[in-house]
Ligand binder design. Structure first.
Ligand code: HEM
Ligand code: HEM
Length: 192
């Protein structure tokens, strides 16, 4: 068995910063006196996400979207195979994990933009001078809350998926997201 570098340094920094800033944004949400921390955590998140999207086109092999983005049908088939115990092992994201990554990235962007739109209706933030400032604040707050809850549900499912796959593959995937390395087994399927 040999070790192979799967997650490059940028993917790892991206991931653990996202965990940190998402926690800060989630905890500080809804408290008036924390709005400044809350919005800066949100701006940091959108900067990280945009950088990650760029890296998805020009980054290293396993970081690229072309390596792991598949449709819902493939993701569903993979989950069925995992449950029945005959799923192929992937070095990068498996099809279900890949779909989860995309859903998380999109939901994070919608949440941050809806947050920016809420404060724009009060004449604050970078969108205050745009047409968005004339939108209904109540409606935007609904969107912000729905997507925040959606991300929380996705994150819980994400963590459950990571634990489940780790047990199934007898490999600590959390450790792999820290060191960047995974073990290559002799008869692995890869992400080719
Ligand atoms: C402490 C909680 C968390 C743990 C233990 C964890 C663990 C992991 C692991 C092990 C992977 C790699 C999965 C694989 O091998 O295919 C991963 C990927 C990912 N996770 Fe998490 N995660 C956590 C929280 C979060 C949160 C809060 C978010 C977002 C709000 C998030 C977003 C992502 C994304 C976007 C990826 C894809 C990484 C990339 O390709 O750049 N995770 N996570
Ligand atoms: C991914 C990033 C973000 C997350 C996870 C998040 C999460 C939350 C949560 C949990 C709440 C409390 C909702 C409630 O009261 O029930 C909230 C409220 C709020 N957020 Fe965010 N938020 C994010 C980004 C932003 C950004 C970037 C801004 C502004 C620039 C913002 C502005 C607000 C405002 C003004 C409220 C209060 C709305 C109200 O009174 O209902 N948020 N957010």
């Amino acid at each position: 068995m040999v070790d192979i570098k799967v997650w490059d340094i940028l993917v790892r920094i991206f991931h653990w910063s996202l965990v940190l800033f998402f926690s800060i944004a989630y905890i500080s949400g809804g408290e008036d006196e924390w709005l400044s921390i809350h919005s800066y955590a949100g701006y940091t998140i959108i900067a990280i996400v945009l950088l990650r999207v760029l890296w998805g086109f020009v980054g290293t092999k396993y970081a690229r979207f072309s390596n792991f983005v598949t449709g819902p049908q493939k993701a569903l088939n993979y989950l069925k195979e995992e449950v029945s115990g005959d799923a192929k092992r992937y070095l990068g994201h498996n099809p279900a994990g890949g779909l989860m990554v995309i859903m998380l990235l999109i939901s994070l962007v919608v949440t941050v933009i809806s947050g920016m739109a809420i404060i724009a209706t009060d004449g604050e933030g970078p969108l205050a001078t745009t047409f968005i400032a004339s939108f209904s604040g109540d409606w935007l707050e609904e969107i912000h809350e729905i997507f925040t809850t959606l991300i929380l549900l996705l994150v819980l499912t994400h963590i459950a998926g990571v634990i489940f796959s780790s047990l199934l593959q007898e490999e600590n995937l959390v450790k792999a997201m820290i060191t960047g390395k995974k073990q290559v087994h002799k008869n692995d399927g890869s992400n080719e």
